[in-house]
Design a binder for this molecule. Sequence first.
Ligand code: ADP
Ligand code: ZN
Ligand code: ZN
Length: 748
Amino acid sequence: MAEYANIIIDISHEKLDKAFQYKVPGDLQEKLSVGMQVEIPFGNGERRATGYVVELTDKPEYDLGKMKEIYGVVEGSVPIESQLIALAGWMRKNYGGTMNHALKTVLPIKQKAREKKQRFVKLELSKKEASGQLALFEKKNHKARARLLTALMEQSPLPYEAVTGKLNITASVVRAMGAMGILSVEEKRMYRSPFGEEFKQGKEQLTLNQEQQELVGCIWKDAQKGRHKTWLLHGVTGSGKTAVYIELIAKMVEEGKQAIVLIPEIALTYQTVVRFYQRFGERVSILNSKMSAGERYDQFERAKHGELDVMIGPRSALFTPFSNLGVIIIDEEHETSYKSETLPRYHARETAIERARMVGAAVVLGSATPSLDSYYKAMQGEYALLKLEKRIEEKPLPRCEIVDLREELKQGNRSILSGRLQELIEGRLNQKQQVMLFINRRGMAGFVSCRSCGHVLKCPHCDVALSQHNNGRMVCHYCGHEEPVPAACPECGSKYISGFKAGTQKVEEIVKRKFPGARVLRMDFDTTRNKAGYEKILSSFANQEADILIGTQMIVKGHDFPNVTLVGVLAADLSLYISEFHAVERTFQLLAQAAGRAGRGSLPGEVVIQTYSPSHYCIELAGQQDYVKFYETEMECRKLMGYPPCGHMMAMLVASKDEMTAALSAELLGKKVRQAQDSGKLSGLSVVGPANAAVAKVKDIYKKVIYFKHEDYQELVKIKDVLEAFVGSHREFANIIMQFDFDPMNGF
Ligand code: ADP
Ligand code: ZN
Ligand code: ZN
């Protein structure tokens, strides 16, 4: 019953990014709630605009004489929980962007999709009354009425379509009988279930082993005490993490709580979903990008109305409107898809922890190769670390061999398949076992390396690989350092210095030529472009309709193929030298995940890693599957350079249609910060750049980036606020776009 409403105007513009207060008209006072979308007069001409109610209050905070009144609620507006609005506020503050961007993110479906309703015809008479009535109709020879009544006496309610269709009764007859009080027509909202018939058979019931039970017990006991910790579950591939999630969620559900399970879209496969469905039935739902807006809306509605206990999905499932959330699970927590690359550039992990904090829920992060960020936080005591160190039923981890491609070159083998790998493939084919060949394509950004000695050309200032540009020069994307591509390797003098390029199609040709008898499947962007392609290739490989599966990163995530006993990684170092500080971490994760595909069934597995950098710690430790040692080594490098998680990084994008404007503005802003530094302010801050963005020009927009590093995240937030205000109040910046990215994963 509030008289005033604070409203965020629905225009994505920084300058409007604050709440405006409006009067709530009398007839709306009962109805209006936080999160509703309303129509309001805005600006000079009293133009109609829309906005979100973010707060209701009885205290006017604005001149009452000038305060305008809300026109009304936007039809079909969906109220969001005030909790989610608070979360949007937190996102806006910590990641930049406008409140509007943030609200639209926590409210993924803006407009109510057209509701799908089904009508039913229901008998309103007792059996006895109905028989009497039937006799009357028959006597008067009202055939249609008699027919409907007879049907209703057998079954009520009846679907309206069946009445007008199969029974051939007209709408006016139904209406007339309704007016006589014989029947009523009711409407029921129908939700679309995302599950087809294929899900509805079988029931998987696992008995957790002792290790798993202890973990569940540990998290559960803590949750019972009302603590809301963040747990990091570090468990090798196939160690039974998913089984732990399911058991924990089952306990939460028994207590009337709900759970959100985040899974990277690519790992959201039939196999995974079936396991949850078999445990929670129709009380579980999924979200994915293939669903229509209507389907997604339905699943949120079901969650809000208490019809669901568990929601599984990618990043956006985090905003499922559950009112009694007990736990948020983030599986494969190291995946980069948890970071949004559009405004607001939030990280689902941090945002999940904030949402959980607000409502006292637990968070469980799971991975075989945790992100350095999370493992660091666990080491600092911010997260609680849990471990599953063995595969279920003591299945051994695969044996790993590293093949030095420089040696192959020396021996005259220029093929993409080393002698050793060819030999092993041959053996598997003879034994009717399956092989996966993984092509690491992440590194196509074009670093320059020597094929004889493996030397990679790096920026002398930033310790990241230089990127080759078409003009024959190499550039650093952090600081802008530039130099020409040398004609020979500065280390060994070899002239085999270039990028390493091989596509999946090329590899497929080579493999088919080498092993003409083998059945080969290829999975990449081309073969999975249509929706069904992806599932089709996976299921045909799972059914052993092929011997060799060739693919990019998409084949290494989460799939379970028990008959695969050999995994070959064709160019392990391709992603090692992307000009980006995460490159080594990502490569380690990819190699470990790829290795995790081998030997999941009853037969032991083997992995071959082909590389030009066999002595790089990343390759060596991935071969030994020693995560902890890798963590320690990589952290030394991060510490040295002040890269996250040792301190934080903020990327600022300055973009403009005019190249000069972008360049000058970036220079000016960089200078302003450096001046403040010179006068003794901003201690502990380092500023790098401006430099061109990795892709310096997109759709005729020129992009410059400046990097800021500081130990304290909130200090970076303050610098963002100051720069935003500065740019907002100076007209010379009117034609630039400014955006921020905190602890960037892919950068601008
Ligand atoms: P992760 O999520 O760590 O990869 P999963 O939970 O998928 O591990 O378990 C790997 C395999 O082991 C699955 O096929 C699963 O059904 C099976 N499994 C998990 N826990 C048990 C258990 N306690 N007893 C028997 N099989 C199990
Ligand atoms: Zn060399
Ligand atoms: Zn540099």
